[in-house]
Design a protein around this ligand. Sequence first.
Ligand code: APR
Length: 311
Amino acid sequence: MEKKVTVVGAGNVGATAAQRLAEKELCDVVLIDIIEGVPQGKALDLSEAAPIEKHDAHLVGSNDYEASAGSDIVIITAGIPRKPGMSRDDLISTNAGIIKSVTQQIVKYSPDTILIIVSNPLDAMCHVAYETSGFPKNRVMGMAGVLDSARFRAFISMELNVSVENTHAFVLGGHGDTMVPLPRYSTVAGIPITELMPKERIDALVERTANGGAEIVSLLKTGSAYYAPSAAAVEMAEAILKDKKKILPCAAYLEGEYGINDLFIGVPVKLGSKGIEQIIEIELTADEKAKLLKSAEAVQGLKDTLKRLGV
Ligand code: APR
């Protein structure tokens, strides 16, 4: 295929992302992992599904970053996932070291690539990748808002018994308990949900969205969500590969937008072939703004922890 995407981490999120990329025939896929045999085995298994799934994407698995050379996009999912009782923030010291070493290897072989970070705690891991890569801010982003918005949309559709295709939702802020779902900007066929549901029901859906990741962790027990996270990362990759200029909520490096400086946090951005081509500032009420700033404080706390850890 014309385009090449590397997925680092051949675990649940990474392998499922590789499957989605190939089955949508978006690009050739390189799967990289630290464990010998796993990326090779999963890439081969996915290649053997290709005749049935009817795609011509080439899949390669490797433990060596040379295979990733010249990637248009690199999706980083390497790291450890949550177990029940853990918050995303509990992963910080282990995953920061992993993201740093992965980014160094990626940059060596694909200096012009675009990085989509998935590993948690998301906003902090974006910082590690941004600082380690030295890339311009348009080429480093995190996947969180697309997932959180999809969860909110799924819950809206279940509540109102309408097609998910009719739903639209925006969730801003950090990927954690302080995320900021925006009911005013969340619609069903263009109608704000504030006109379709009583406030108590909206509050309940907002709360379920904020705890969406933990709800899955408590059910799975041995790991965290991966079908929706991989779908969200692939939606971002598709927007970039096809230069769609699609507006999606993503973790982006802010320099004054929304009154936030020097932090990665979830905001609406325009995704095209250059990566983040525009950060979109939407009007927020005083209450929404206060919630976003509180979320930014939580991300700043993680950034301070990284400093303490010396990453
Ligand atoms: N280099 C490459 N791969 C690595 C490295 C490394 N340094 N360290 C770990 N990995 C690989 C593991 O070997 C494993 O195959 O990352 C993979 C992670 O897969 P899972 O354990 O299945 O975790 P997953 O559910 O995919 O989540 C990965 O995404 O959603 C986030 O919070 C989640 O941070 C977690 C990440």
